[in-house]
Write a protein that binds this ligand. Structure first.
Ligand code: TRP
Length: 411
């Protein structure tokens, strides 16, 4: 379904920053680990389900799609574009970094022109894994929005909504909880991994165990059919579709569309020290990094510990500098030449790092500038969130009314 769009006038529509490749994936909290995703298809995977028709809720679980498929539906001469309703979500837990940009943000910038895209700021979900630890949600939300705007998310075409501003989601969650067993919740592999990671084993917050149900409410409330996520989120998509089917069973007819995961084609960008990129490890380059911070981060990047002299042959695999060049350097032929030279010996780290630093400075300078521009107008951010949330609420209220009816409640 097509949502009404309005720029809101708060922040003008802008042309987007040129991006090298379209890639997708979710921004995931850096403390979680991807769960083993059985049957996951990545790039070049199944292209089905990309049409504008919603999959029937009695159908088999929708397989994950790839971004290649999503952009295949870009308007081409003679063929009408097929639009999907896209929902992505982020927990507002801290500033976004280059890994988020490579894995998710730049693909959202592309997708927003092809599909009906909503980004949900999942502040209630952020509460579920921060129990007993107050986090600055208000500040984090503001920073998150600044990051979105700075990379070219255009509020005239992408709706940005705040989860806690949508009470319909809470009510949907309560209704859906009747369709899910505790045993099923406990089987969710991502939730299991997170329970271990967060040391919840002895005092598991009920809200945490149930967050996949709340995420099902997020997705279904918008009748989203395409959900760009990291593979750790595939179990959430699966549980969402189970709920959709249980609801259809209960109603004896299809009520809500099933959704499909849209998986990233890009490998996860490592941290500067080759470990998993994470705020807490201080090994990620923030989108808001200063020129000095960028320089220092590139200088300190992990390369090949065996590559002591420039004349030594070096390893490209596991070499963070090359991982970043792979993610951001548009001159693929030159990167391949550099790799060959590096492997053969005779190419010093400092030369490759210089190239990467120049590239990252050029990439982040306009992003930083836009961020500062938007940061100067906090009222505009409030307005766009209010309007995006209000728009989303209308859709959610329609879905809630349909679901209430299935449960025999007044609409
Ligand atoms: N769990 C998602 C994550 O941390 C965030 C999220 C919340 C989400 N609601 C969503 C993602 C709805 C997609 C759709 O990455």
């Amino acid at each position: 379904m097509v949502q009404p769009r309005s720029g809101g006038g708060a922040i003008p529509a802008r042309s987007t920053i040129p991006i090298p490749q379209a890639l997708s994936g979710a921004i995931d909290d850096d403390k979680r680990q991807p769960a083993a995703a059985a049957g996951a298809l990545r790039e070049g995977g199944i292209l089905a389900g990309m049409s504008s028709t919603h999959p029937d809720s009695s159908a088999e679980p929708a397989p994950p799609a790839s971004l290649a498929a999503a952009t295949d539906s870009m308007p081409t001469a003679g063929a009408p574009p097929t639009r999907s309703v896209i929902l992505t979500g982020d927990r507002p837990t801290g500033p976004l970094h280059l890994g988020h940009y490579a894995g998710s943000l730049r693909s959202r910038v592309d997708l927003q022109h092809v599909h009906d895209q909503t980004i949900l700021i999942a502040d209630l979900q952020a509460l579920t894994d921060n129990t007993g630890r107050p986090i600055d949600l208000r500040g984090n939300i503001r920073e998150l929005v600044l990051d979105y705007l700075a990379v070219g998310i255009d509020p005239a075409v992408t709706t940005i909504a705040v989860q806690s501003g949508l009470p319909e989601l809470a009510e949907l969650t309560v209704l859906y909880l009747n369709l899910v067993t505790v045993a099923r919740l406990e089987r969710n592999p991502t939730v299991r991994a997170e329970i271990v990671l967060r040391g919840f084993s002895r005092a598991l917050p009920a809200g945490f165990l149930a967050y996949p149900v709340s995420q099902a409410a997020d997705i279904t409330a918008l009748r989203a059919t395409l959900v760009p996520v990291g593979d750790d989120q595939l179990p959430m998509i699966e549980q969402t579709n189970e709920i959709v089917r249980r609801l259809a069973q209960l109603a004896g007819r299809s009520v809500l569309p099933e959704c499909q995961a849209l998986l990233s084609d890009t490998p996860r960008l490592p941290g500067t020290d080759a470990r998993k990129a994470s705020k807490s490890l201080g090994n990620a380059i923030a989108l808001s990094a200063s020129p000095d911070e960028i320089r220092a981060a590139v200088r300190a990047m992990f390369t090949d510990p065996g590559h002591l002299r420039a004349s030594d042959p070096g390893r490209v695999e596991g070499n963070v500098v090359f991982a970043y060049l792979d993610a951001f350097d548009e001159d693929r032929a030159e990167v391949e030449r550099l790799k060959e030279h590096y492997r053969a010996g005779g190419l010093g780290d400092s030369v490759v790092k210089r190239r990467l630093e120049d590239l990252l400075q050029a990439l982040l300078a306009p992003i930083r500038a836009l961020r500062e521009q938007f940061a100067a107008d906090p009222g505009a951010i409030e307005t766009l969130l209010r309007e995006g949330t209000a728009r989303t609420r209308k859709t959610a209220a329609g879905v809630l009314s349909d679901v209430r009816e299935v449960f025999g409640l007044d609409r």
